[in-house]
Design a protein around this ligand. Sequence first.
Ligand code: NG6
Ligand code: CA
Length: 513
Amino acid sequence: MKAKLLLGCSFGSSLLTGGCIDVNKAVNTATQQKPNVIFIVADDLGYGDISCYGEKTISTPHVDSLAANGIRFTDAHSVAATSTPSRYSLFTGHYSWRRNDTGIAAGNAGMIIKPKQTTIADMFKSAGYTTGAIGKWHLGMGDKTGTQDWNGVITPGPQDIGFDYSYLMAATGDRVPCVWIENQRVANYDVNAPIHVSYTKPFPGEPLGKDHPELLTKLKPYPNHGHNQAIVNGISRIGYMKGGGKALWKDENIADTLTAKAVRYIEEHKDTTFFLYVGTNDIHVPRYPHSRFTGKSGMGYRGDAILQFDWTVGEIMKALQKQGIAENTLIVLTSDNGPVVNDGYLDQAVELLGEHRPWGDMRGGKYSNFEAGTRVPFIVSWPTKVTPGISNALVSHIDLFASMAELVGTELKEGVAIDSRKQLSALLGIDKKGRDYIIEAAQSISISDGEWKYITPCDRTPYYKITRTETGNSSEEQLYNLHQDINERYNLASKYPEIVEMMKKLLKQEKDK
Ligand code: NG6
Ligand code: CA
């Protein structure tokens, strides 16, 4: 009965607004002098991977200081439990599961967001912002998969979906091509080493990790995880690649490079109003941090990569201070999906994990329908506007689009960011409730009102052996009470069929939209 009452209360309120809280004051002042906006999106960083979320095993002072001066959310969610669908949803305000081509993208995938689709960057531009994207992209580039000209202009690209400036890795650190792409051309291009990329056929004469383990000088792939194709910088990857020469990245310098680019962007744009997306490579595999960080966490490269991520955050904050624009810059710090310990390389992450719990109190992790798949760190800082604190409001990446539009005073046109809702008051810590419900996608789709969570039945494997992930897939309907059972151990579906029905109805309504 209690359950019913709570559910009724939660789902009974308006689904389309941030509630009756008045955010006009904050927004009005904001529109007089719009803030710069920076999204720092970490890769595979878990809820428990930064010290302000409670684990005593790691120290992330810069992130903690951002949280101490901003709002730290305890119930914030990415839309998906892997990178491509998660970032797609964040940038477009559309649920990734509305399309069937938003799964983990290859390094030679064509651009998933088509130029005609309006992105959050387009929205910022229309409000007079300059826009930049630095770091991990993983949303495809070029017209069609496999047809990019890596030796010329790669088009369409970020510029066609709202980013004035871009400095990106096409996909992930473990996928070719291992080069930076600046404004849709390979940065530091080497005319003597033309670049060829394939995900189907190896290039004759190019050694592969699986045949030449003696050439793997930095990290070896974990057997059974693949990552044993092209060798770049002593590390083998997914996909085949030829050429690159001096343009090839060195993994140990990736954080330095993208941090320097972000700092320079801030310096060069201090007199404009800007939106900057920084997607860090940390802490995705292959984890191979700079020697300044190695051995510092006691947890091997995974922990060291967390320290490197924290350093990046510190450098960005320092740059804002130095340019005198820290006060009126809104920063959102989050992760694209939950944590994974062994994701494919022998980097001792499992052996040296010790007491550290990247997933906090939750079950699952990256790839999982369970909470740790999508409940991610989420911090909002805006020194002149937000009162520091902790918020338990239910928030989702899906709402960043409409909420940022609210912030800058832009009305969204029909068909734009259809799944995104105005939640600025929750993001600024005023509304303590947030969304009525969120929808998340791993291999199955889940819906939760913060207390109750329903996971749609899915016949795929309940356990990924290679990453040791409990996926949360089950052929049975699953219903959990997250307030009493954050670890999702007790399936209450048969006990509360009316809640299951309510959840399914809502999900259907969303799907039919
Ligand atoms: C998986 C890779 C994993 C990682 C992931 C993408 C294998 C066995 N595993 O397919 O290592 O690259 O894709 O991660 O190849 S994400 O965070 O970018 O979505
Ligand atoms: Ca990721």
